[in-house]
Design a protein around this ligand. Structure first.
Ligand SMILES: [Zn+2]
Length: 397
C-alpha cells in the first residue's frame, strides 16, 4: 500500500495542533498559509490524519490505527482532498460538478502514486463552482466511519478565477460559517491576500515557515535520486520550500520545470538590459497570443532576477540568490550602467505584468510592454544624459 512520506519540519505547528486537538479540538475552519511548496498540503493531510486518528498523542497521530493507515494512503473515506483543476472542456451547468469530480478522482490516483511533485502553481486551474457544490453535497452526508470528516481545499485563492459571479465563494462561506456536524475544513494558500476577505475572516490562520536549506537538501537526498551537489543547489533555489526545490531537479534529461522558467526569465531581463530593442521583440513574439496566466510564474522569476540585478549593481554579491549565473548577470548590468536604485521601478513593472497576466491580457503585449518598462527603469540615463566621457558613457550608449 502506498504511504505518504513523513512531514519534514513544521514541528512547532504540529505540536500546537496536537495540543489543540487534545484540549477539545482544532478550529472547524483553518487556513494554512506560507510560501508555495513549503508543505501546506502535506501538513493539511497530517492534520486531517490527526483528526481521524483513534489514539492521538502529544506529538500527533499514532500512525498505526486504522484511521491513520487510511489517511496515510489518502484512502480514508472521510478525508476529502480538493485542489484546483483545469476546467473540463465543453461541459456546463449541472454536468460540470460531475466532470470535475471525475477529474479529481483521476488526479487523486496520480497523487497517491507520486505524492512528491514540484509545486509550480498553475493559474490555468481553478476551484470552480462545481467543486463547491460537490463539497456541499458531501458535507451534508454522515461521516462513513462515524468520526470527523475533513475537507482540504488546496490553493484556495484559485476559487472562482474565471467566473464573474462570486457564487462559489459564497456557497463555501455558508459552510465555513456553520459546518454541519463534525465537519472540518483546512484551506491552504500561498497568497492569502488574494482570498476573499470574508473567507479569510472565517478561518483561523496558521503560518508555515520556510525550512532551513540543509533540511530541504537532506529531504531531497532521502527521497530522490539526485546527487549531493544537485540536491544542495536545488535546496538553495528552493528557498526553504521542498515543493519548490523539487522543480529545480532535472526531470530525466530535461531541466526541471522551474529551472526552465528561471532561465526564460533571465533571458527576458537580459533583453531589457541589451542595447537594442530587437531581442525584446523576438522574445515577445515567442509567446502565443493567448493563455497569459501561464506567465504568472515566469514573472515571479523575473522579480527574483531583478532583486539580483539590484544586489549586483550595489556590489552586494552575497545577497545574490541565483549565484550560478552571477558573472553573466554582472557583465550585463555593468554594460547597461544600472544603478542600485533602478531596480525598484523595474520591480513595480514586473508586478504589474503579473497582474495583467492574471487578467488574461494578450501575452505578447504583456511581455513586450514589460521589456519596454524594464528598459525604461534600468537604462533611464541613456536618453536623458548628455554623457561626458567617463565610466557612465561606456558600452553601447
Ligand atoms: Zn492513529
Amino acid at each position: 500500500m502506498i504511504r505518504l512520506h513523513d512531514v519534514e519540519g513544521h514541528e512547532r505547528a504540529r505540536r500546537s495542533l496536537a495540543r489543540a486537538h487534545g484540549e477539545g479540538g482544532i478550529p472547524a475552519a483553518m487556513l494554512f498559509h506560507g510560501l508555495r511548496g513549503v508543505g501546506k498540503q502535506r501538513m493539511a493531510l497530517w492534520t486531517a490524519q490527526l483528526q481521524l486518528c483513534d489514539d492521538p498523542g502529544p506529538e500527533g497521530p499514532c500512525g498505526a490505527c486504522r484511521g491513520c493507515k487510511l489517511a496515510l494512503g489518502v484512502e480514508h473515506p472521510d478525508l476529502h482532498w480538493f485542489f484546483p483543476l483545469p476546467r473540463p472542456k465543453g461541459v456546463s451547468g449541472d454536468r460540470l460538478a460531475d466532470a470535475l469530480e471525475s477529474d479529481r478522482i483521476d488526479e487523486l490516483i496520480q497523487r497517491r502514486k507520486e505524492p512528491l511533485r514540484p509545486s509550480v502553481g498553475d493559474e490555468l486551474r481553478g476551484l470552480y463552482l462545481g467543486v463547491v457544490q460537490t463539497i456541499r453535497r458531501k458535507a451534508r452526508m454522515q461521516p462513513t466511519l462515524g468520526g470527523d470528516q475533513v475537507f482540504i481545499l488546496a490553493d484556495a485563492e484559485l476559487m472562482v478565477p474565471q467566473e464573474s459571479s462570486p457564487e462559489a465563494a459564497n456557497a463555501l462561506l455558508k459552510l465555513l460559517e456553520e459546518p454541519p456536524g463534525r465537519t472540518r475544513f483546512i484551506l491552504t494558500s500561498s497568497e492569502p491576500g488574494r482570498l476573499l476577505p470574508t473567507i479569510r475572516s472565517r478561518s483561523v490562520p496558521l503560518h508555515l515557515a520556510r525550512l532551513p536549506d540543509r533540511r530541504v537538501a537532506d529531504f531531497l537526498a532521502r527521497h530522490t535520486e539526485a546527487d549531493e551537489e544537485t540536491t544542495r543547489w536545488a535546496a538553495t533555489l528552493g528557498q526553504g520550500a521542498i515543493g519548490r526545490a523539487l522543480g529545480f531537479l532535472p526531470d530525466g534529461d530535461e531541466p526541471g520545470i522551474l529551472e526552465g522558467e528561471r532561465r526564460k526569465a533571465l533571458e527576458l531581463v537580459e533583453a531589457a538590459l541589451a542595447p537594442g530593442r530587437a531581442p525584446g521583440y523576438a522574445l515577445a513574439l515567442d509567446h502565443s497570443p493567448a493563455g497569459a496566466r501561464k506567465l504568472v510564474n515566469l514573472f515571479g522569476f523575473v522579480e527574483e532576477w531583478l532583486r539580483d540585478v539590484s544586489a549586483v549593481a550595489a556590489g552586494a554579491h552575497d545577497q545574490v540568490l541565483h549565484r550560478d549565473l552571477v558573472d553573466r548577470l554582472r557583465s550585463r548590468v555593468e554594460a547597461a550602467g544600472v544603478e542600485p536604485g533602478d531596480a525598484a521601478g523595474a520591480l513595480l513593472a514586473a508586478e504589474e505584468a503579473r497582474e495583467l497576466a492574471r487578467g488574461n491580457v494578450n501575452p505578447q503585449l504583456i511581455v513586450s510592454g514589460l521589456i519596454r518598462d524594464l528598459r525604461g527603469a534600468l537604462r533611464p540615463r541613456r536618453v536623458a544624459t548628455i554623457a561626458p566621457a567617463g565610466p557612465a558613457s561606456r558600452g553601447e550608449r
